[in-house]
Ligand binder design. Structure first.
Ligand SMILES: [Zn+2]
Length: 74
C-alpha cells in the first residue's frame, strides 16, 4: 500500500501542470487541469498544492505535488 502510494505520486511545477506538460508516470500521457479529480487543500496557506489526476488513456489515478518555484507567476 505504502509503496503503491509513492509510485502514484509525482512532483511537478505548477506552471508546467497548467500548461499540460506533466506526464502520467505509467504511460507518459500529458495531463493537466481538466483531468483533475480532486484538489487537496490540506497544505496551507494557498490552494492548491496538490491534485489527484486520472490519466485519460490508461485511467490510472495519481497525485501531482506542486513544487514551490520561485520566479514563476503564482
Ligand atoms: Zn497514463
Amino acid at each position: 500500500m505504502a509503496a503503491d502510494l509513492t509510485k502514484r505520486r509525482i512532483e511537478a511545477d505548477r506552471v508546467d501542470f497548467l500548461g499540460y506538460k506533466v506526464r502520467c508516470p505509467f504511460d507518459g500521457t500529458t495531463v493537466g487541469p481538466r483531468f483533475v479529480t480532486r484538489e487537496h487543500l490540506d497544505v496551507p496557506p494557498n490552494p492548491p498544492y496538490a491534485a489527484t489526476v486520472r490519466c485519460p488513456t490508461d485511467r490510472e489515478l495519481f497525485e501531482v505535488l506542486f513544487r514551490v518555484s520561485d520566479g514563476h507567476a503564482r
